[in-house]
Design a binder for this molecule. Structure first.
Ligand SMILES: Cc1cc2nc3c(=O)[nH]c(=O)nc-3n(C[C@H](O)[C@H](O)[C@H](O)COP(=O)(O)OP(=O)(O)OC[C@H]3O[C@@H](n4cnc5c(N)ncnc54)[C@H](O)[C@@H]3O)c2cc1C
Length: 442
């Protein structure tokens, strides 16, 4: 059986490797419009700052794929596919258009940044950040710049800000909404992050509606109503949208989010066509609403499920807990589940509680913040936002609690480890659960 994988990001990579590990008989072909083999997109900002080499981001060598019997076609885009035949076209002047046959097709086409609401065409020094070449271009430009404006303050925007700050640039964070990380964190938690990054000398502009990027040939400033942000470069860290051009041509059903609809086996509405990663719509596990997860941890798991089913081993993807982690300007951020505004959009009545407490034995320095949300009527854990040391662990723990349908009572009863250097007797997460117990009615 011939499996054609479109896209060689995390999802395409995981599909190819899992198919191979489950079956020696499958013929596997991966087509990628990028000119290089799969790499860790999540590491790009660390290569921009110079903390790691771009070359170290590749997930496997070309030789590995050869020896694993995975055929990789780089620098080609799959432009059409139907009834077992796909047309591929080179993305450069080298090579020629051809067609290839498949028995199973996997759409692992990822996502692309949406355009900002201002014009910048014809002005140099304005960059998007999605792939390796974008990151290399940003680093090259940054090395001869003194200041940078980052447009958008989600995880990506903050990570770019951190990277450019580490390179010694004066960084200005420009956010059109009223707080940093506006769709990720509640305002009170976001304001903590804002203070921390301002402490590093980053200028933060919120409610900043940019009208245009100004400059003769090279960008000089972002201009909006009542503000001007001077800069030598701009990095656009806007949200991303699923890449579904090929899916649309195939007649695959798209969902309310604009992502590809898949069943639990990661099969699309067209038989034999699977999809995984940033291009798909999945359900989030608190309300079972359709969402775009757009995180590598979900992409990899979805891909594994798609590959297992293709290889004849029944498997299912239950949905996502929307767990996301980062560390910027020395602070860990961990989230899982829904925040307050998403909860109310989805019709939940939630009770929040915020606890700030020691992360080690009380006689050691170090505090962490936990904002935990539970459903008022049932006490079910809905989401968490964590800052500080150990935020990644707390968010991952709450991710499991959400997946298992825990109430705050279940969470409060969890027995966690204790060591003065590693964890306090009562972790802030447990304290937050106990506090919430007093306010919900499970
Ligand atoms: C800088 C950065 C940092 C990130 N950090 C994190 C993190 O720390 N943790 C986390 O969980 N997530 C992180 N993410 C998000 C994560 O990278 C994505 O969720 C993940 O890469 C999705 O993988 P994917 O394979 O679905 O899509 P992608 O990685 O976007 O790969 C899709 C590939 O398909 C190719 N393609 C598309 N259409 C075609 C076609 N028709 N023919 C051929 N090729 C095609 C694209 O060019 C692309 O190479 C980060 C993202 C960025 C940009």
């Amino acid at each position: 059986m011939k499996v054609l994988v479109v896209g060689f990001g995390w999802a395409g990579f995981e599909v190819a490797l899992t198919c191979r590990s489950l079956s020696r008989d499958l013929e596997i072909i991966v087509v990628s419009e990028e000119p290089c083999p799969a790499y860790c997109r999540c590491g790009l900002t660390y290569a921009i700052s110079g903390e790691v080499e771009f070359n170290n981001l590749f997930l496997r060598s070309q030789d590995f794929y050869k020896s694993a019997g995975i055929n990789v076609l780089l620098g080609y885009r799959v432009v059409e596919a139907s009834s077992g035949v796909a047309r591929v076209r080179p993305t450069s002047s080298v090579g020629s258009e051809s067609s290839m046959q498949y028995d199973r097709l996997v759409l692992a086409t990822g996502a692309k940044p949406v355009d900002p609401p201002f014009e910048y065409s014809g002005i140099e020094g304005v960059f998007k950040l999605r792939d390796l070449r974008d990151a290399q271009a940003i680093r090259r430009w940054a090395l001869r710049s003194k200041s940078a404006a980052i447009y958008g303050s989600g995880f990506l925007g903050l990570q770019v800000a951190d990277a450019l700050h580490k390179l010694g640039l004066k960084v200005k964070l420009v956010e059109p909404l009223s707080s940093v990380m506006p769709t990720i964190l509640d305002q009170d938690v976001a304001s903590r992050i804002k203070s921390i990054i301002e402490g590093f000398g980053v200028e933060v502009y919120t409610d900043a509606h940019v009208r245009e990027a100004e400059g003769d040939k090279q960008v000089k400033r972002l201009v909006g109503d009542g503000f001007e942000v001077d800069c030598d470069m701009v990095v656009l860290a806007t949200k991303v949208k699923p890449r579904v051009e090929l899916a649309e041509k195939l007649g695959v059903k798209l969902g309310v989010t604009g992502g590809i609809v898949v069943d639990e086996r990661m099969e699309t509405s067209v038989e034999g066509v699977y999809a995984a990663g940033d291009c798909v719509e999945v359900k989030e596990l608190v309300t079972e609403s359709p969402v775009l997860a757009q995180i590598a941890s979900a992409a990899i798991r979805e891909a594994r499920v798609a590959a297992s089913n293709i290889a004849g081993k029944v498997d299912s993807y239950p949905g996502t807990t929307l767990t996301a982690l980062s560390k910027v300007f020395g602070v860990e951020i961990g989230i899982a589940g829904l925040n307050s505004s998403l909860s109310s959009k989805l019709g939940l009545d939630v009770v929040p509680v915020t606890v700030e407490g020691p992360v080690k034995g009380g006689y050691y320095p170090g505090k962490a913040l936990v904002k935990l949300l539970a459903d008022r009527g049932t006490g079910r854990v809905v989401g968490v936002q964590c800052l500080g040391e150990g935020a990644h662990l707390r968010a991952s723990l709450v991710s499991q609690a959400i997946a298992k349908g825990f109430t705050v009572k279940d969470l409060a009863k969890l027995e966690l480890g204790y060591h003065p250097l590693l964890m306090p007797v009562w972790d802030p997460l447990i304290e937050a659960s106990e506090k919430l117990l007093e306010e919900v009615k499970p």
